[in-house]
Design a protein around this ligand. Sequence first.
Ligand code: UDP
Ligand code: LCN
Length: 806
Amino acid sequence: MIDLIRNVLDSDEKSELRQFFSQLRTSERKYLLRNDIVSAFSEYCTTHKKPDYFSESSQLGKLVYYTQEIILENEDLYLVIRPKITAQEVFRVLEDLTVEEVAIQELLDLRDRIVNRYHPAEGDVLELDFGPFYDYSPRIRDSKNIGRGVNYLNRFLSSKLFQDPRQWQDSLFNFLSIHQFQGTKLLINERIKSQRRLSDQIKRALDFVSERPTQEPYKEFRFKLQEMGFEAGWGNTASRVRETLEMLDELIDSPDDEVLEKFLSRIPMIFRIALVSIHGWFGQEGVLGRPDTGGQVVYVLDQARSLDKQLQEDIRLAGLEGPEFKPKVIILSRLIPNSDGTRCNERLEKVHGTDNAWILRVPFREFNPKLTDNWISRFEIWPYLETYAIDAEKELRAEFQGVPDFIVGNYSDGNLVAFLLARRLGVTQAIVAHALEKSKYLFSNLYWQDLENQYHFSLQFTADLIAMNAANLVISSTYQEIVGKPDSVGQYESYQNFTMPDLYHVVNGIELFSPKFNVVPPGVNESVYFPYNRTQDRVPADAERLEELLFTLEDSSQVYGTLEDPRKRPLFSMARLDRIKNLTGLAECFGKSKELQERCNLILVAGKLRVEESNDNEEKEEIIKLYRIIDEYNLHGKFRWLGVRLAKGDSGEIYRVIADNQGIFVQPALFEAFGLTILEAMISGLPTFGTKFGGPLEIIQDKVNGFLINPTNHQEMAQKILDFVSRCDQNYHAWEEIANRGMDRVYTTYTWKIHTTRLLSLGRIYGFWNYTSKENREDMMRYIEALFYLIYKPRAQQLLEEHMHR
Ligand code: UDP
Ligand code: LCN
């Protein structure tokens, strides 16, 4: 039994434990999640007049803090305890306080029983276990190093390989021999036929380049190097060629994992990248704020721009000159024939501000044109993905005139397609989750059957399991996306074990200690979002126009509400009207605080104003709710709702105009995987209040460069904003100070340059290990294929049949 329980049982708090558990037994709720447990315990502490310290520092308080779930069955209580990050232990506590340990399988059965989906007489349910496939692969030891996989992987595999110098040198030689681009040989040519010869020739080449002026361009001495057996790719100047060759020389004689990492990061292995992002409206104008269309589109477009630049820079530094070495980035998305005024019906669109980055849109096959000609919700997209991948492969081959060197998937659907493509093409594959729905929708797996009509989670969660296990590397925006926080489970962690009653039990869905996980946060587009006080880069006419739109314009087609006093400090937020974004929660918090209403106006940029304009169920519900809140709290005169879709430039300027007015940005999401608007607001110089649930917790350092809020506690949230507003009213510098620190935070930590440099380096290092490593992932890939063909595909087929009748 773990200490957390033993300590309570061995102390004089045993009777309190008994009392607390009896209180739970009498409650209606049979399944308590974290929030329910916290409120039940606080109710207990109030009823029993416990002193303040008790709820936190008593033994019982500690046990409660680490308890993720409590399930009641008859008189038994089951505790799911997470004593530390990544660990989980389950106990059954009987009425007499006897404690028994419970295996995962038993817990999953119990959960099935709770929803009346346990039928042992009919046989067992399929059990999925990825654990054995990770048994022979390296595992990070300490949970604090999770998310820094590449360093670990490199060290681990290097040390194995370095133990056998002969094998190591052969591997290196073979790896260097394969590089070519569109038929042009790179790095070494056929004059170097063996590893031994390579070693000798490096010494000769080093003698030769050391004699040359450091800045002499590579093209001036390329033929000499070629004669020695070296082709282009080592560097663009004599000094860079020398550095790279020195690294290789050192690697051959006294291998070292750090040098290997540096060396690989220079090797021209990646020229063509496919970024797969399928659902929603993928475009550069007029799409943000539409259903399913938010941060992911922004992320992928900015990433493509930055990759386009970085690849060119890397290729230049490698000394590969000439039009034949042009890198190419393709964003693979969905072509939507009925494109509603967007460019989503165009096959090919150049990404603005790039040399060679494109959006390539491939349509779904025309199964039922009533559906396939239109936008399809991300929850319904599953039946079209396999055939899409087949069609996309052809189109990618044509556009790249070859195959990509690196594929990055986005979100569950894009990650599944990335898996299918990478499998067919034999290419290194990375995935980015953006947001895993399993954590966003409570009990989404337990009640999947009830939710299936609307959400089809059986397909999505199966796709997630497939993609996250098949990927060579997982790019995560935050650490907590992988393993959560001490008191909450991470998004990937939630796939470790769960039940899909009547479909399958997952006993080990993902290895969190695998070095495939790497935290590489996104950046923000610095030409669109920049500090409000960089006046020289702003366009005064745009600022005036947006000022009017925000505060005074009367145009019922795009704005709801007029401000009695437009000079009051604006509280500003911008998001889609998804339930989880909780703009309605912010409105309600504002509604409940008279003082906040006296000091501030609330201004929201939130997609649409009218239910009739939406075909997204959640959006419709949120629109209705927002009107209700405005009336209920009589927010007229203090509230404005802009139902607009801003052009890119305007979306940057709008934050700055709010900052000109000494405003505040509030991001009240119930859960936010990362939160690009937080970066945008901070870099613009807006003091930012962000939800503490999810990524913002890692971006904002509370009270240092912004503020963290609990959006479910309206009173506390209003108070926190009011405290800051009061400080600013008394002293202008209080506002300015947080604004400045927010800008610094983004510039030092969240830039696309940092992101893509890292991403490309990861792509190369994992590519190398993919090629070199003796480790064989084929057994796992076969298991994954079985999942795809035996579970995913029939269900997708079933959904397709339903779609055919719509
Ligand atoms: N956005 C926008 N107009 C809107 C709503 C959102 O331009 O009406 C942009 C916003 O500036 C940000 C992105 O959409 O760049 C939203 O990203 P975030 O990561 O904050 O949330 P997501 O929508 O991905 O959940
Ligand atoms: C999806 C989300 O929900 C956001 O939290 C992220 O910022 C966005 O994707 C980009 O990764």
